[in-house]
Write a protein that binds this ligand. Structure first.
Ligand SMILES: Nc1ncnc2c1ncn2[C@@H]1O[C@H](COP(=O)(O)OP(=O)(O)OP(=O)(O)O)[C@@H](O)[C@H]1O
Ligand SMILES: [Mg+2]
Length: 222
């Protein structure tokens, strides 16, 4: 469960990036975060991951008020989340498999366990045969699916994806979306920001933001 209670965010005393946002998302939903450029979509996702702090209000993730976490606890929060952010890149000098194993190695898994789980994650995004390739040998869509495999290898209960289909053609965008939908079927909560109106009807819920405010169009779509 993800709950926002009257959350506002002001960057550097400027205008409001988000203003008085309240909603709750039950477990296992596939939620699309829609709205024009500058509406506050990335800000909202970053606050759930503890990358940005709200200026006021509370954010509760699985019963824990993350706005009150000490800085030292943020890495533990992150490990429970699968993060697919716009500016997260793959390491080009390491194989696809090594990239996907990385989050497990960092948290102290044995290399045998990390190897097995990374291969299973690659299987889920349909790229098991690319394990020993290098990122630059892959298409943009394939690289994006590798980033998804890396985000889910820790078996998070929540996946946050910021514009995961930006710059992809329709075919690759559909593959990315299908991979995310499969996690939802497995009970994972997915929050996906997108400009891509075609995908809105695939979501179980849609959150529309406009100039930092939640519009009234919050609804159950499917
Ligand atoms: N680090 C920052 N410092 C100051 N202002 C920021 C910062 N990040 C975002 N903003 C401002 O907050 C508002 C919301 O930005 P945000 O990135 O959340 O929008 P967005 O909906 O993700 O847009 P896009 O669709 O273009 O990615 C914008 O007005 C932006 O200029
Ligand atoms: Mg954004």
């Amino acid at each position: 469960m993800i709950e926002f209670e009257n959350v506002s965010k002001q960057y550097n005393q400027g205008g409001y990036a988000l203003q008085d946002i309240s909603f709750s998302i039950p477990d296992g939903e596939l939620v699309f975060l829609a709205g024009p450029s500058g509406a506050g979509k990335s800000t909202l996702l970053k606050m759930i991951a503890g990358i940005e702090k709200p200026s006021s209000g509370r954010i509760i993730v699985n019963g824990q008020d993350i706005t009150r976490l000490r800085a030292g606890s943020i890495p533990y929060l992150r490990r429970k989340l699968g993060l697919i952010l716009q500016d997260q890149h793959l390491l080009n000098d390491r194989s696809v498999l090594a990239n996907v194993m990385l989050p497990l190695i960092v948290t102290g898994a044995s290399s045998a366990e990390a190897d097995g789980r990374a291969r299973a994650a690659l299987e889920k995004v349909g790229l098991a045969d690319k394990a020993s390739a290098y990122p630059l040998e892959l298409s943009g869509g394939e690289q994006q699916r590798i980033a998804i495999a890396r985000a889910i290898v820790n078996r998070p209960k929540i996946i946050l994806a910021d514009e995961p289909t930006a710059f992809l053609d329709r075919d690759n965008a559909n593959k990315v979306l299908n991979a995310l939908k499969a996690f939802r079927s497995a009970g994972v909560t997915c929050l996906i920001s997108s400009h891509d109106e075609q995908f809105l009807d695939q979501a179980s819920r849609v959150i529309y933001l406009q100039q930092g405010r939640l519009t009234d169009n919050w609804h159950d779509a499917a």
